[in-house]
Design a protein around this ligand. Structure first.
Ligand code: MG
Length: 280
């Protein structure tokens, strides 16, 4: 069997700065939606907020009309046992205790940004809060592994190790992160489990969306009849966090984090690229 070689898009610094603009649109949209999450709000209401942010920022959606059947919204809203790719609907109304994943992508000048957060609706169970915290932690532990001289599966291994260190969670393996740039989904695929030291060498100019998805049950998934929504097969609660990161020669830049990733990376002993530090 011949192995098909991946084509990984390498960006210039100027191109990564445009991706930062897209990343900031994504960050603003997610913050606006997070602030609006409450019992009685529908996932269509949240989609409308994200559409407004795109309009105000002069950006377009990475998600709208993507794939087949064409995705009908600018966000994915995945509630409770839904993991990713949930379709917003006025009929999906949030209730106290729900856990919702919000995934948002934006295009600025042809360059994409992609990120996701998991948000509690009012007060949630301790298990739900711990699940989301473990997933977010594994995202940052994965981002730290996205560094020059590393290999792609160093990221996968870091995510997996982090999740297992947090508790007994299922790690979704049928879906994962991806290269990103002039398209939302590009090579390489970034698995959330794996042995380190394999796959593409990580080099300056690469941009990756890293997105762990974990559950309170098993890793098995099922696709709903809408042909998009991915849910846990066992009905257990799921969480999903994502950031887009650029690898620069002097360090990382988390393009979808308002602070460029400074706080979380510093807490893990990693310094941001000077470009991120001065350019914001
Ligand atoms: Mg993504």
């Amino acid at each position: 069997m011949r192995r098909v070689r991946e084509h990984i898009e390498i960006k210039s610094l100027d191109q990564i700065k445009l991706m930062r603009e897209a990343g900031l649109v994504v960050a603003r949209g997610l913050a606006a939606m997070r602030d609006a999450v409450a019992p009685g709000v529908s996932t269509a209401d949240l989609d409308a907020i994200a559409r407004d942010v795109l309009a105000v920022e002069g950006a377009t959606s990475s998600f709208l009309n993507y794939g087949f059947p064409p995705f009908p919204a600018v966000i994915c809203a995945s509630v409770n046992a839904e993991i990713v790719h949930g379709i917003p609907s006025p009929d999906t109304v949030l209730h106290e205790g729900d856990l919702i994943s919000l995934d948002f992508g934006a295009i600025v000048d042809g360059w994409h940004g992609d990120a996701a957060i998991t948000v509690p609706v009012g007060g949630v169970s301790a298990a739900a809060a711990a699940l989301s915290a473990a997933c977010e932690k594994s995202l940052w532990d994965g981002l730290v592994a996205a560094r020059v001289d590393g290999r792609l599966t160093d990221i996968s291994h870091a995510v997996e190790t982090s999740v297992h260190g947090s508790g007994n969670y299922g790690i979704v393996t049928g879906y994962g992160g991806h290269g990103i740039g002039t398209q939302m989904h590009m090579d390489p695929h970034v698995q959330n489990i794996g042995r380190p030291g394999r796959g593409a060498p990580l080099v300056p100019g690469m941009a990756l969306a890293i997105e762990p998805m974990i559950t309170l049950g098993t890793s098995a998934t099922r696709e709903l009849n809408d042909h998009w929504t991915v849910a846990t097969a066992d009905g257990s609660l799921a969480a999903h966090w994502e950031h887009t990161i650029a690898i620069l020669d002097d360090g990382p830049w988390v393009l979808t984090a308002p602070d460029g990733g400074q706080a979380e990376l510093a807490a893990r002993g990693v310094e941001l690229s000077a470009t991120a530090a001065v350019g914001g």
